[in-house]
Design a binder for this molecule. Structure first.
Ligand code: URA
Length: 433
């Protein structure tokens, strides 16, 4: 088999056989297929797509490209969640304690932020002492004892995805349905959880800009997970508006604490409630309405917040910062962005809001960039709100005052004002089971 022939076949709209797909992934992982051929292949898939069967085989081949984690000791209790990425998405920090204090076992590997999206590992590293790297034994032992451990991607899990994702990032081939499906599901399947809830984000801050694309991605991922014997649900959620009011690493830890103390922003609370109850319905076999009731009780009783402190302390973090969030990294500069006119906020281009936060130091352009944990944005107004000219829209937090001008410009470009109150879109677009 020659890679050039397979690129040509896909370029001309052909359907690849199972052997051909496995040849490509094995060859690329081992270095026999060079980056330039793989990039060309990714572009042919971007334009030509893949059948459901091709996508399933690609996912399986990528899952098998490296190690897989065995969580069978937790039986059906192991449960994971994956978000397709967004702005202000701190749901893992909230779900992990809720679900683990209600019996779920979360052995979770999370990613770092890149571009306009944030990453859970960066948020956790803003807590002094928190260790995002554990040995395999420490990781398993903590899940046994505490019910939850969240670390960065480690070991040799899905090396094919690691290499391919890096290529896609620089060849404009990220937003391809079969490539996103196989990238996410190969990692989730290799990470071993029996039950998986996928949070498929849809809107201007997400990879999937339209409901039709988001639904197709959700259906593809659920079908592949089920074919591999896992319990999978996908929740399609709104990312046409930032989730919650806080964007940035330490800032998002603060908002997670607020939600676990029962006083968080309503949209964030609602999304977390839906995700947590779907996770518990899968791993505990509960009715959804019962799971929702249990989630509410875990928050109201303080059990979920106590569990967050237990988890953070078990992983080396200073849990006292959760009781006193002023001890988290603080920005030396706080700057208020004022509304340039009166009117309703019609729309927030959420990707631009994420970029404005990254400019302040909360995100990185390349994987090598370092992060300012204190940087970010606290929103005071969101889509649907009325503002008077000169009223504060948001507060920028940074340690680099020279970034304020650029960040403000990008933030204001993200906001569309109008005279009529816009119709609000639903927070949850639907659930694929
Ligand atoms: N997240 C992933 O892990 N992979 C993609 O391709 C897109 C989002």
């Amino acid at each position: 088999m020659r890679m050039v022939d397979l690129i040509e076949k896909k370029r001309d709209g052909g359907i690849l056989s199972d052997d051909e797909i496995r040849f490509i992934i094995e060859g690329f992982t081992q270095g026999a297929i060079p980056d330039y051929q793989m990039s060309a292949f990714a572009m042919t898939v971007f334009y030509r797509g893949m059948t459901d069967h091709e996508t399933a085989v690609l996912t399986d081949a990528m899952m098998r490209s490296g190690d897989t984690i065995d969580l069978s000791r937790f039986g059906t209790k192991s449960v994971d969640k994956h978000s397709t990425g967004g702005v202000g998405d701190k749901t893992t920090l909230i779900l992990a304690p809720i679900v683990s204090c209600l019996g779920g076992k979360m052995a979770k590997m999370s990613g770092r932020g890149l571009g306009h999206t944030g990453g859970t590992v960066d948020k956790l590293e803003s807590i002094p002492g928190y260790r995002t790297t554990l040995s395999a034994e420490e990781f398993m032992q903590q899940v046994e004892e505490v019910g939850v451990a969240v670390i960065g991607q480690s070991g040799n899990l899905t090396p094919a995805d690691k290499k391919l994702y890096a290529l896609r990032d620089v060849t404009a081939t990220i937003d391809s349905l079969p490539l996103i499906t196989s990238s996410i599901m190969s990692k989730k399947l290799a990470a071993g959880s029996h039950s998986i809830v996928l949070d498929v984000k849809i809107g201007s801050g997400a990879f999937m800009k339209t409901l039709a694309d988001g639904k197709k991605l959700a259906e593809n991922m659920v079908a592949i997970g089920k074919a591999c014997g896992r319990n999978v649900t996908a929740v399609m959620t709104n990312m046409d508006i930032p989730l919650g009011n806080y964007i940035g690493n330490a800032l998002e830890v603060i908002e997670a604490v607020q939600v676990l103390q029962g006083r968080g922003c309503e949209d964030l609370q609602s999304v977390c409630r839906v995700l947590a109850s779907n996770m518990l319905a899968l791993c505990n076999g509960w009715e959804l309405s019962y799971a929702e009731q249990q989630v509410d009780e875990a928050v109201a009783s303080g059990a979920a917040f106590a569990q967050m402190k237990r988890w953070i302390a078990a992983q080396g973090g200073d849990a006292s910062v959760l009781d006193d969030t002023a001890k988290l990294p603080q920005a030396s500069v706080q700057y208020e962005i004022k509304a340039p006119r009166s009117g309703y906020i019609q729309h927030m281009d959420t990707q631009l809001v994420g970029e404005a936060s990254a400019i302040l130091g909360a995100g990185r352009k390349t994987k090598e960039d370092s992060i300012d944990f204190a940087a970010g944005i606290v929103l005071q107004k969101k889509t649907g709100d009325f503002v008077e000219a000169g009223q504060t829209l948001a507060v920028l937090h940074t340690n680099k005052a020279e970034t304020l001008g650029d960040s403000e410009q990008v933030f204001l470009r993200a906001i569309t004002f109008g005279d009529i109150q816009p119709e609000m879109q639903p927070l949850i677009y639907g659930v694929v089971r």
